[in-house]
Write a protein that binds this ligand. Structure first.
Ligand code: URA
Length: 425
């Protein structure tokens, strides 16, 4: 087989065969196809798309490039959630222990943030002592001890995706629905979960800016999961404004602890409980309602066990940024708009995110919100507080926020509902 034939076939809009896909993914992983050839193929896929059979075969080839985890020895069903990423999306933190407290195992392989959207591992790493890298045996130990484990994917899991995602990142080929769907689902299927709930974000702070594309991504991923024997459901949820009131690593851990203590912002609580119910239903686990497990402290107990089992100190003080700056309301009225992307970029520039994979992040940096769209505000009232390790970062963060919020007479009628849609097999 020849890489040029495969590239030309996709360039000319033809469907690739199973043999072509298996060969090209395997050869690329082994280093037998040049980076520029794969970049060219990725661009042809972005421009011409892939059919459902092609996406299935591509995903299968990426799964087969590495190992597949197996949790069949556990005495309870496994279930997981994956979010396509957004601003202030800390839901995994309260959700994983909550679902564990309700009777399912949650084995979650998670990632770090890049650009304006945060990563779950970065958030958890703001807890002193907490360790993201675990061996398979350690992962099993944490699962048995706490019912939930959130850790980094090892090198053996879908290595084809690791290589391809890094290439897409620098060749303008991330925004392809077949490539995003196969990238996410190859890792989730290889992770070995029995059930999966996808939180597909839609809006300015998400990959998918409009509902139509988010629905197409969700449908593609639900079909992939179903075809591979994983019970898969997707929710489309709002990312036109930030989720909750905290954006930034330690700030989001603190907000998650409020949720686990029975409080927290209403949108974070509502989405956590909704996703927990979906995860339990998909796994066929009944008996305990997640709202009860938040109220009676059992979700918090599971959190403490999960953090301690990964070396973290659940009682340690969380890092705080040295400098803060308040942003005040320019007029009295209703906060009609608070753009997720603008707030995400501000938090990133304050030090909460990274521009390149090698960069480190600040644990204490970020943005705390004092009002959400629809809230009444008075001129001069604090709208948000910026947190950074160095005051020099404020200027560029303020520039990112310019035009990102508006005080008017009423909330924007185009604001998305928290849960926009539900996609099932
Ligand atoms: N997240 C992934 O894991 N892969 C993509 O392609 C996009 C987001």
């Amino acid at each position: 087989m020849d890489a040029i034939d495969v590239i030309v076939a996709k360039r000319d809009g033809r469907e690739l065969s199973g043999e072509q896909i298996s060969w090209v993914v395997d050869a690329y992983t082994r280093g037998a196809i040049a980076e520029e050839q794969m970049a060219s193929l990725a661009m042809a896929i972005l421009l011409n798309g892939m059919t459902r059979p092609e996406i299935g075969r591509w995903t299968e080839a990426m799964i087969r490039s590495g190992s597949r985890m197996d949790w069949s020895g556990l005495d309870r069903p496994t279930t997981d959630k994956h979010s396509t990423g957004g601003v202030g999306d800390k839901i995994t933190l309260p959700l994983a222990p909550l679902v564990a407290a309700c009777g399912a195992y949650v084995p979650q392989l998670s990632g770090r943030g890049l650009g304006h959207s945060g990563g779950t591992l970065d958030k958890l790493e703001s807890i002193p002592g907490w360790r993201a890298s675990l061996s398979n045996d350690e992962m099993l130990g944490v699962l048995r001890a706490a019912g939930a484990v959130v850790c980094a994917a090892g090198d053996g899991l879908a290595p084809a995706d690791k290589k391809l995602y890094a290439l897409r990142d620098v060749t303008g080929t991330v925004e392809s629905i077949p490539l995003i769907a196969s990238s996410i689902m190859s890792k989730k299927i290889a992770e070995g979960t029995g059930a999966l709930v996808l939180d597909v974000k839609v809006g300015s702070g998400a990959f998918m800016k409009d509902v139509e594309h988010a629905r197409e991504l969700a449908r593609t991923m639900v079909d992939l999961g179903t075809d591979h024997g994983v019970t898969t459901v997707a929710l489309l949820t709002a990312m036109d404004r930030p989720l909750g009131l905290a954006v930034g690593n330690a700030l989001e851990v603190r907000e998650s602890l409020e949720v686990l203590s029975g409080g927290g912002p209403s949108d974070v609580v509502e989405l956590t409980v909704r996703l927990a119910r979906e995860m339990l239903e998909a796994a066929g686990v009944t008996g305990r309602d997640p709202e009860d497990a938040l109220k009676d402290g059992s979700a918090m107990d599971a959190w403490r066990r999960m953090i301690a089992a990964q070396g973290g100190d659940p009682d340690a003080a969380l890092p705080e940024a040295a400098e803060t700056l308040e942003v005040t309301a320019p007029a009295s009225g209703v906060l009609s708009r608070l753009d997720a992307y603008g707030v995400g970029v501000a938090a990133w520039r304050l030090g909460a995110g990274r521009a390149r994979k090698e960069d480190s992040v600040s644990a204490g940096a970020g943005v705390t919100l004092h009002a959400k769209p629809g809230d009444t505000v008075r001129e001069g009232q604090p709208l948000m507080t910026l947190h950074a390790d160095e005051a020099a970062r404020f200027e560029r963060a303020l520039a990112a926020l310019e035009g990102s919020y508006e005080v008017g007479e009423a909330a924007d009628p185009g604001m998305l509902p928290l849960v926009v849609d539900r996609i099932t097999a």
